[in-house]
Design a protein around this ligand. Structure first.
Ligand code: GRF
Length: 220
């Protein structure tokens, strides 16, 4: 790709992962830049983050596009308009469908707050606690048509503490996400990370399992 890798970031809420990407792009002269933000919620705080950073933002609200197909079309058009090299789902609370899945195959990442394949879907922190799982974390993965099921790239793992509740776990997981998501974006932008034949390739080597980094490594 010519110049910096262009990221389109899709959000629904706080956008703290968006912020981590914006900060990484500025602070470390990263090989990527955020060219646009798309939210399905007009009141998402992440839109303010985009405005503060001078990044164009668009709202594609579900209630303005009746029916799932129409919504997916509108979303695809908004993404296309940004001409991104990489689409980043950062707390985007809608299932991606329609032509976006094929058009951006191998060029769309999601972050899910669990050690996939455990706890796909919602309420991951509480479900982890309810299972008595000793470890928890987050996963960056390529997006496919299977919800939270695309090939995983990197995971951040932490040890669940005796006094953790869903809120503290969410906070601890989020802090790790802010490290691994910009990391994965950088790998992609540098051409080190790609999806080939459904397999994740890192530095030219196909990996069957994601890279797992522990919280001790990630947060000094
Ligand atoms: C993150 O925990 C992410 O894993 C999940 O939604 C949350 C988004 O947080 N998909 P934020 O909007 O980036 O602060």
């Amino acid at each position: 790709m010519a110049g910096k890798c262009k990221l389109a970031v899709l959000i629904s809420g706080s956008g703290s992962n968006l912020q981590a990407l914006i900060d990484a792009a500025v602070a470390n002269s990263a090989p990527f830049r955020v060219v646009g933000v798309i939210s399905d919620k007009p009141d998402a705080f992440g839109l303010q983050r985009a405005a503060s950073a001078g990044i164009p933002a668009t709202v594609v609200a579900a209630n303005e596009h009746a029916g799932r197909d129409n919504y997916h079309d509108a979303l695809a058009k908004a993404v296309d308009a940004l001409q991104p090299d990489l689409v980043i789902l950062a707390g985007f609370m809608r299932i991606i469908g329609g032509r976006l899945i094929d058009d951006y195959a191998g060029r769309m990442l999601n972050i899910h707050p669990a050690l996939l394949p455990k706890y796909k879907g919602l309420h991951t922190h509480q479900r982890c606690l309810d299972s008595g799982d000793p470890v928890h974390g987050s996963t960056v993965h390529f997006v496919t048509a299977e919800l939270d099921g695309g090939p995983p790239v990197v995971q951040a793992m932490l040890t669940v503490a005796a006094d953790d509740d869903a809120e503290s776990l969410a906070r601890r997981v989020l802090a790790l996400e802010h490290v691994i998501y910009p990391m994965a974006a950088r790998w992609f932008a540098e051409g080190r990370l790609r999806l080939g034949n459904g397999h994740v390739e890192l530095d030219g080597v196909a990996i069957d399992a994601p890279l797992v980094l522990s919280d001790e490594t990630l947060v000094a």
